[in-house]
Ligand binder design. Structure first.
Ligand SMILES: Nc1ncnc2c1ncn2[C@@H]1O[C@H](COP(=O)(O)OP(=O)(O)OP(=O)(O)O)[C@@H](O)[C@H]1O
Length: 274
């Protein structure tokens, strides 16, 4: 492992030996890492590497076969309801309703997730402003662009003021302009905040642009962890890219997507909004 100040700072997330087996398939194989307060930690790897399964375990949606993780010191296996209080989660599938307005989506989520009545409106207005969605707040979400939808979903996950935000492939299915609008928003969130973000992505450019540290995942294993610079430097080449680092650490070539699976996910993203 590439060390990067692992001993300092407060940890929002600690993961130790997390594994998940489906039948005979080892989807996640003994994964260990930590994320510090205020850090954006990226889990990168090709489709099928085990990223979503890792996130589903960490968000307490799927029990691990073995291993453990702590969120703000709470054990996800023995204290899941306490751990859940500190997290926000934006899944890959669309999590807002296309037949409601942006404002209505936020209000329903605030009610369901227990945001106290007296601060709901204020928090929603604050988030809409931060998202740059005030003007579109009362339009149906099915008329939003893909980037606006993703920003709304991220804003929705922030309503409970989590300490740790999980984003599973946040820009899959978005065009390059929309992708940048989501990146800019995420960079804006972290400014001056103690929020930690765990992001999974198979886009190396995304990991490089957003993440303080990156864990390279392949075939269920977290092969190495380090800052994008450290990982590239480890290859011994001055012009190395993160793809080169992936190849260096896994001895495999990197296919970033454009596969049938990705195309299907893109279509599904569009269709789910109606
Ligand atoms: N419920 C399940 N039953 C059986 N196998 C599963 C299940 N969920 C995931 N897998 C398998 O576990 C492996 C890891 O899947 P996972 O979805 O975690 O990968 P990923 O890195 O998130 O890829 P993607 O971004 O394409 O979803 C894959 O081989 C997948 O087919």
């Amino acid at each position: 492992m590439v060390k990067n100040g692992e001993d300092s700072g407060a940890y929002t997330l600690r993961v130790e030996g997390l594994s998940r087996v489906f039948g005979t398939k080892v989807a996640v194989d003994g994964v260990s890492f930590s994320a510090k307060e205020g850090e954006i930690f990226g889990v990168v790897g090709p489709n099928g590497a085990g990223k979503t399964t890792t996130v589903r375990m960490l968000t307490t949606l799927l029990p691990p076969t073995s291993g453990v993780a702590w969120i703000m010191g709470f054990n996800i296996v023995t204290e899941p309801s306490l751990a859940r209080r500190y997290i926000g989660y934006v899944p890959q599938a669309v999590s807002v309703d296309g037949y409601l307005t942006g404002y209505e989506n936020l209000m329903i989520f605030a009610k369901l997730s227990g945001v106290p009545r007296k601060c709901r409106k204020e928090r929603i207005d604050e988030i809409l402003q931060f998202l740059g969605l005030q003007d579109a707040a009362h339009q149906l979400v099915r008329y939003y662009s893909g980037g606006m939808v993703r920003r709304l979903e991220i804003g929705q996950a922030l309503l409970t003021r989590p300490n740790l935000l999980f984003l599973d492939e946040p820009t899959v299915g978005l065009d390059p302009v929309a992708r940048r609008s989501v990146w800019d928003m995420l960079k804006g969130i972290r400014t001056g905040q103690s929020l930690s973000i765990l992001i999974t992505t198979h886009y190396m450019e995304e990991a490089e642009s957003l993440c303080d540290r990156v864990g390279i995942m392949n075939q269920g294993k977290l092969v190495t962890v380090g800052s994008p610079e450290e990982l590239k430097r480890a290859t011994g080449r001055t012009d190395a890219t993160l793809e080169d680092a992936f190849r260096f650490f896994t001895q495999e070539s990197y296919d970033e997507g454009g596969s049938f699976r990705e195309l299907r996910r893109t279509r599904r993203f569009a269709r789910r909004l109606g």
